[in-house]
Design a binder for this molecule. Structure first.
Ligand code: OXD
Length: 314
């Protein structure tokens, strides 16, 4: 087993869970804010790091670093990190994010379709609102941008709810399960869409893709759910689209800068729902099996699973 350093805001949980699952593992953890002060002698010959974010300059303490296991699904912050040498392996986590995110997307869509907010207002007023029918989602179109494991799982869940799902990837290709289009075709599908879901990695192609040009094809019945990356949406253009009825509702779980600043106009907008980047929580329970498998593979000199292609960016 390699020695494993953990730099994470919940390092105690990860160290406890990993030590219990693999007692032979030599593991130590630090909060990112304490990482610069961490035991240099121990880190100096440690080859593996489990992290989400670490402070600037920290990697100088790990000259033998060979492998970084990200604790989340998105790796844009690592792929673009100037301190991570190109030969260092980066792996992303699976962690059942697809299932979590499918629940998130379906939950927010169903809350709208079942008109939960109006029902609870009526209930608080002891008002029997007999005409408040749920919306029929059957045959309505859902566009899912980013169609890897996570996007596909979201697509399957939406299909179970009766929607017609289209996936969007770098360039369209034949697929046995769903129509898959290139991202460049998104605009032409938007006028008929009920739902636009973003769950793509942040790359040069997806950065700023939801902008005024794209949203001009939207309409008041369209909902955007972003579980991808904040930088994929141009916020002033989003606000403008909501105000001019080119978009009906934006459900945002990710933001360019997190936590979202108190001064952001998004908080108070009546057509925006904000959640604290919780659509795909990284939990030890979900992730330990994959982590242990990767540690074993690393110890045996095999390439770890879910290896990131740093050139491609994910
Ligand atoms: C992410 C995550 O990559 O939460 O955003 O895992």
């Amino acid at each position: 087993m390699p020695k494993l350093a953990v730099i994470h805001h919940r390092h105690e949980d990860w160290v406890a869970a990993l030590s219990e699952a693999e007692p032979r593992l030599e593991i130590r953890g630090w909060h990112p804010r304490d990482a610069i002060e961490a035991d240099s002698a121990w880190l100096a010959d440690t080859e593996a790091l489990f992290t989400w974010r670490f402070p600037e300059g920290f990697l100088k303490k790990m000259p033998r670093l060979r492998w970084i296991q990200n604790s989340g699904a998105g790796v844009d912050h690592l792929v673009q990190h100037p301190e991570i040498a190109p030969e260092i392996l980066i792996t992303r986590a699976d962690g059942q994010f697809g299932l979590w995110m499918a629940r998130y997307v379906c939950g927010h869509l169903l809350a709208e379709a079942q008109r939960l907010e109006e029902c609870s207002i009526a209930q608080r007023q002891a008002r029997w609102e007999g005409k408040l029918l749920p919306e029929d989602l059957t045959g309505q179109s859902a566009l899912v941008v980013g169609f890897g494991r996570i996007g596909r799982q979201i697509g399957r869940a939406l299909r179970e709810l009766g929607l017609e799902v289209h996936g969007f990837v770098r360039s369209g290709r034949a697929d046995e399960e769903f129509p898959l289009h290139g991202i460049a075709e998104l605009a032409q599908h938007l006028p008929k869409a009920r739902l636009l879901v973003l769950c793509a990695p942040l790359t040069d192609e997806t950065r700023g893709m939801v902008d005024a040009r794209l949203l001009a094809h939207g309409h008041a019945g369209l909902t955007l759910i972003n579980v991808g990356r904040g930088d994929q949406v141009v916020v002033p253009d989003l606000l403008e689209a909501l105000d001019s009825n080119h978009l009906g509702h934006a459900v945002l779980d990710v933001f360019s800068s997190e936590p979202l600043a108190e001064t952001s106009p998004l908080w108070a907008h009546p057509k925006v729902t904000i959640t604290p980047h919780h659509s795909g929580p990284s939990t030890p329970k979900a992730m330990i099996p994959d982590l242990l498998e990767n540690l074993r593979r690393y110890a045996e000199g095999l390439l770890p699973r879910d290896l990131v292609d740093r050139g491609r960016g994910y």
